[in-house]
Design a protein around this ligand. Structure first.
Ligand code: ATP
Ligand code: MG
Ligand code: MG
Length: 407
């Protein structure tokens, strides 16, 4: 069906699940990431011409030369992470080393800078809450003062964020009062990194919508889901989102579709939103790729986010985004400790996955990450059922195992 080869920048868990989808459609994939044992490379053997070695590229997705090396091997490039060298992606496109890069390098560059991303969305009329860059003198002292000025403007708690290189809350600092400013600036790079402030969102719940966009501009959203974060990291996802105001899920989808329609290029996007008391929705941020909040689509939707990403970037017809089960939930398996510090705690990390083996409707996904680190995403479990009550009941032994392991 498809003769073109796809190159992916990054070979972590998102790349791994993308490779699973690609392999079913017999689409060839080449991966760029550090190490021959990266999660996605483990399940995608591509021996070199002599029958040994590998056609994958070992190196950083932020390394211009490595991106060129990958580009020379493939027809279409995509990413599993936004922290890539977007300028080099534009260069290989301009030089016609590849036929296409999706999402567009310009979209990746825009999204990389969380402040620029929000300013762009706000300018397009999308609801984003209040935010502003930290101005003032460079260096720690100037930035401490600027953070305190933001505190006076927006009140406390105040959310300070790194503009770039942020993930899993690494790059966020919650200031409780003006005295927290020196610690906040120190934690966020000592005034060297570009920072911005967001007014605290007293949200009722967090919501996410996966959206797939074809290269011709067709936009399809998946049902809205509820995401639960602990310590800034996604803990669990419930699909579909249930609200007393039945209009909320549809409004979330409309906002997410409108937001993704403002970007060029094809692919899947993850739109994170805050549901405020009274039903108002605000965009938190957008990821230009498959997303943790869309893992559930593998078992619960007609077409998974990974397959739809593949179809979108290759210009194949998009698949249905409808749920094929009435209810589903996903729980992340996060590393409980660093491997070299507490082997006993590390051994407990997989307890929820073991518990899930006895649960009907549960599917465990383990990512094959080599080293366990505290808070690192090591796997996830999806549970499906005929009702929310059934899913909650099926989830319980898995959550119990998680609680016992974390005690
Ligand atoms: P990701 O791994 O999703 O890319 P990230 O490091 O980019 O995470 P954010 O999504 O900006 O971080 O924030 C992480 C979490 O922090 C959010 O899901 C939310 O729970 C909380 N948060 C973020 N911004 C605000 C805000 N303005 N007010 C209150 N809570 C917030
Ligand atoms: Mg983010
Ligand atoms: Mg986020």
């Amino acid at each position: 069906m498809e003769g073109r080869t796809v190159g992916v920048l990054g070979a972590g868990q998102l790349g791994r699940m993308f490779v699973e989808a690609a392999s079913r459609l017999n689409v060839q994939v080449r991966l760029l990431d550090v190490g021959a044992g990266a999660p996605a490379k483990q399940i995608c053997a591509v021996p070199g011409p002599s029958g040994s070695g590998s056609e994958h590229v070992d190196g950083s997705f932020a390394d211009a030369a490595k991106i060129r090396e990958l580009a020379a091997k493939v027809d279409v490039l995509t990413v599993e992470i936004e922290h890539v060298d977007a300028r080099q992606l534009q260069a290989v496109l301009d030089e016609k080393l590849v036929d296409a890069v999706h999402p567009l390098p310009a979209t990746i560059a825009l999204i990389q800078d969380k402040y620029a991303q929000k300013a762009f969305l706000a300018e397009k009329g999308l609801p984003c809450g209040e935010f502003a860059p930290l101005e003032g003198a460079a260096g720690a002292e100037g930035q401490v003062k600027a953070a305190q000025e933001m505190g006076s403007r927006y009140g406390y708690p105040l959310m300070l964020k790194s503009r770039t290189q942020a993930y899993d809350g690494r790059g966020n600092f919650v200031m409780r009062n003006a005295n927290d400013a020196p610690a906040a600036i120190a934690a966020l790079g000592g005034g060297e990194r570009g920072l911005y402030a967001e007014k605290w969102a007293k949200f009722e719940r967090e919501v996410a919508v996966m959206v797939v966009r074809s290269s011709s501009g067709e936009v399809r959203s998946y049902p809205a889901v509820e995401t639960v974060h602990r310590d800034n990291i996604c803990h669990s996802v419930f699909a579909p989102l249930r609200t007393s105001d039945a209009g909320v899920p549809q409004r979330a989808r409309e906002i997410a579709e409108r937001a993704v329609a403002t970007f060029g290029g094809a692919g899947v996007f993850g739109v994170e939103l805050f549901l405020m008391p009274g039903g108002e929705l605000r965009i938190n941020e957008i990821a230009p790729r498959p997303h943790n909040s869309g893992h559930y689509t593998i078992e619960a939707a007609d077409t998974s986010q990974y397959e739809n990403h593949l179809r979108a970037i290759l210009g194949l017809p998009l698949g249905s985004t409808a749920l094929k089960v009435p209810s589903s939930a996903m729980v992340n398996i996060l590393g409980l400790a660093d491997l070299d510090k507490d082997a006993q705690a590390v051994a407990k990390t997989m307890a929820p996955a073991v518990a899930s083996l006895a649960v009907p409707g549960a599917t465990a996904h383990l990512y094959g990450k080599v080293g366990c680190r505290k808070g690192r995403k090591m796997g996830h479990i999806t549970v499906v059922g005929q009702s929310d009550a059934e899913v909650r009941a099926r989830l319980q032994p898995i959550l119990d195992a998680l609680d016992v392991a974390t005690e």
